[in-house]
Design a protein around this ligand. Sequence first.
Ligand code: AMP
Length: 433
Amino acid sequence: MSTFRAPRGTRDLLPAERAAFRRLETIATDLARRYGYHELDTPIFEQAAVFERGVGAVTDVVEKELFRIAPRTEEAESWALRPEPTAGIVRAYIQHGMQTWPQPVKLTMTGPMFRYDRPQAGRYRQFWQFDIEVIGDPGPAVDAEIIELGRAFYREAGLGSVEVLLNSIGDGACRPAYIESLRAWYQPHAEELPQLERDRLERNPLRLLDSKDPAMAELNAGAPRITDALCGPCRDHFSAVREHLHALGIGYRLEPAVVRGLDYYTRTAFEFYLPGRDGQQQALGGGGRYDGLVELLGGRPTPGIGFGLGLDRIVLALNAAGAGDAVREPGPVAVVIGADPGATAIRLRVATDLRAAGIAARADLGQRRLARQLESAAREHAHFVVIIGDELADGNVQLKDLDAGSQQLVALDDLARKLLQGDRSHRHGKGGA
Ligand code: AMP
């Protein structure tokens, strides 16, 4: 019977790893609040058309990786698990008439995404993203603000060395001509291209630029650059984004290969990498401007920009840097144990009162000897044990500080206050109740 496993490409986040995710979620929520973003949640599945239209039918994400849900009934709809958050958020923006809210609308969401990809290190079929969207601001200042927010997130997470790779991929005015010049560049070499790249040449030549196939390196190095082909307004926008980044003291590297995999991007495109890890399909996060998306999904033309930062890869990077241990699941502050193994009711009662007072407390509900109860409290890294013994007849208990090794008699009525005080000084590193 023990043959069931988590589906391929997914994994259980066991408590230690979940604590690492929780820490990142807390940093994300706190940063988003400080920067004025409002949290929302969209369903983890949508009509498949939201992604087909929004992300683009000729993208890897839709063509190869979309997790489609086969309808069991006569339902006409075809559903898909969300491969990325932006299309669903923009769908919600339109559905709920957010165009009438004060603009721009700044939204944030953190949750699981799904891609039916070939699983490998750092690439899962279910993974988590911290997502930020600003809808209704044409930039360029907000483009820089978002990139700075991404950097701040990595810094607070413990990855201060993360680099910004920046590009502009133009818009509807200049990109079509550029794509034709790309086609013209690759066409004479079509026969030599790897199969995947030959397909892309036909259908989405921009994607050739971010090919990870080493056979493409030389050809790509000589390819025309979009930044040389931008129209006037896109060129002005791009240089203003760079000026704003400069004013914020954010370094970046111009990288023509950052074209992003999704159709909806326009102008600013960026990705975050650890130094030396770019070109290895190990982007920690990425984002860009999507000025055409709201209209594409049926709303009024409205500009937008956002990013999605992959939490799984951050946890992997922190673990690889040996910083993963910094995240420890918090143990209980206090464990209530007793000299009489059978007297579980009073231990439960005391722990319940402590919890009602806001203290993380656990009662030892086993029927073990006192010494064993004490051992297991220490193993859990509890700061205090409350020992219930004969003193209870006078309304007192023993309070033992496991870190300081000290012990004192405390009135049961005063226990919560003492523990709150002791917990505060523990958290400030002084120890002692
Ligand atoms: P993308 O929209 O593909 O640029 O994804 C944004 C970020 O999500 C990436 O930079 C990764 O950090 C993360 N990500 C994307 N796909 C996966 C995956 N299959 N497994 C883990 N993380 C992913």
